[in-house]
Design a protein around this ligand. Sequence first.
Ligand SMILES: [Zn+2]
Length: 252
Amino acid sequence: MGAAFTLRGVVIGAKNHRDQDAIISILTPNQGVVSAMVPGAKKHSSRLASMATPPILADLVLTDSKGFYYLKEGEAVESFRGLYSSFEALTCASHILEVVRDTAIDPESGSALYPLILYVLYDLSSHPEKYRQIVAAFEWRVMDALGFAFDLSECDCENPDSMPTRAFSYTMCRLYCSKPGCVSKAKDYRYISLGCVEALKYIRSAPLERLSAFHAEKYVLDDLCAVTHRYLCERLEKSYDKMLILDTLPPV
Ligand SMILES: [Zn+2]
């Protein structure tokens, strides 16, 4: 075994390995995602089992053996306990982790996503009832962090109509007003309220600790969740469907 070293990171995934072990994925502030074996993680008596239960922010002691890391010790810094009080929040956390596992593919993207996922998981754990706007804010900021920023400037006709809506174009990644000559350029689009446009602008520029600190009426939130989710799925070319189950729940 090589020398032990300490690492702080968020455990974003865990896979069973053989009968009793697990391999965890740790998102770090500047080394991207690091994988490590957690021996005996599945044993009832394991003191390391909680380190293989994502999400958790922890200080981890790893050793290197033939180029593979083994977890020796782990101390939780934040275990996001509030997530476990809400089926909705836990489902959203699982969606967020999936997106981060797919997109933190190098140290650069990992560094961009690290503070975002920490704030978002903490927010979700503290305010599980705000899960819809927290997920929408996460999805929108992930797009910015990964270089898929949508253009929120006004319709390019210079004289937009006075309708209280804009066409959110998935094809052109920008907004259009509803004049026939403009909306025809939008191709594949959804009409969203001006309140939704304002929310998208707010999320883009808000400090991370204020990301979900906006008030939105239900119709605004419906637009917001619809466009951020579909925009994310289209840009990342994957159908993220973990949250579909929430649509089957009775309204709160
Ligand atoms: Zn226009």
